[in-house]
Design a protein around this ligand. Structure first.
Ligand SMILES: [Zn+2]
Length: 259
């Protein structure tokens, strides 16, 4: 078992206390959580973008101007190092603990910036994937989502079976607006929260980074779970300086003791 130092242990107890008192806790998760499952982050040392450069800034424009060419290119290009890492990954103890908190009625909703499907695989059901899900496609016309594997790629671009609109992968590209449904749900949840939990996110990408601050402005306490300091740290009421896979199961254990 991992030894937890005293200051982290105290923060874990404080976080459990806040969760116990809350009625509508909302979490925001980011790349740091999935990094614990072996998925490289975008930014920072060893990050995909740091090593290979940031993806093209006009990704959305390229797709919108010629969806057929985009799909052809995506299929021809095959699996990237990033997607191979995702294929091989498993939900970690942090993902599982978040699903357990939901199950226990302690976590009302999770907003994730991750596209890797690991929250769903861990069992989270009240989930908004604000940057999409790499296993889904989304209709540009009606917004319906389907599993990528069920879509025929014989004719490109693939079309929506509901309305005939053009399908794109669900991952939100640079320059692409966040899908309305995901954005609306995230603002609704942040607006309804009485406690906010930020997990493994550096909180630099908007609009996601705004949700914890929005909750904070409403007077909701903010818990940060992150082994590193972030832009959110100065606003946090409780900071658990530990990996999610260590901190969150310990919080679940404390809350489970009282059931
Ligand atoms: Zn459609």
């Amino acid at each position: 078992m991992t030894t937890i130092d005293t200051s982290v242990q105290h923060a874990i107890e404080d976080a459990a206390k806040l969760l116990r008192r809350s009625n509508h806790a909302v979490a925001l998760s980011g790349a740091g959580l999935s990094a614990e499952s072996g998925i490289p982050t975008y930014r920072g040392t060893g990050g995909i973008w740091t090593r290979f450069g940031e993806p093209t800034i006009d990704g959305w424009e390229l797709f919108a101007s010629d969806p057929k060419a985009w799909w052809e290119e995506a299929i021809a290009h095959g699996a990237s190092e990033f997607s191979v890492a995702i294929e091989r990954s498993e939900p970690n103890a942090g993902h599982i603990a978040m699903a357990q908190l939901e199950e226990m009625g302690r976590l009302a909703h999770t907003i994730t910036q991750n596209i890797d499907n690991l929250h769903r695989r861990a069992g989270s059901r009240r989930l908004t994937e604000i940057h999409g899900n790499r296993y889904l496609v989304r209709c540009m016309n009606c917004g319906a989502r389907e599993r990528l594997e069920t879509v025929s790629l014989d004719r490109l671009p693939p079309l929506c079976c509901e309305c005939g609109g053009i399908l794109k992968n669900d991952i939100v590209m640079f320059g692409e607006p966040i899908p309305d449904d995901a954005l609306r749900e995230s603002y609704k949840q942040a607006g309804a929260s009485d406690l906010f939990l930020s997990v493994g996110t550096s909180a630099v990408v908007y609009p996601a980074a705004d949700f914890p601050l929005m909750a904070k402005r409403r007077g909701s306490p903010l818990i940060e779970v992150n082994p590193e300091e972030t832009a959110l740290s100065e606003f946090a009421d409780v900071i658990v300086r530990a990996p999610a896979g260590v901190a969150l199961p310990a919080i679940v254990e404390l809350l489970a003791q009282e059931l």
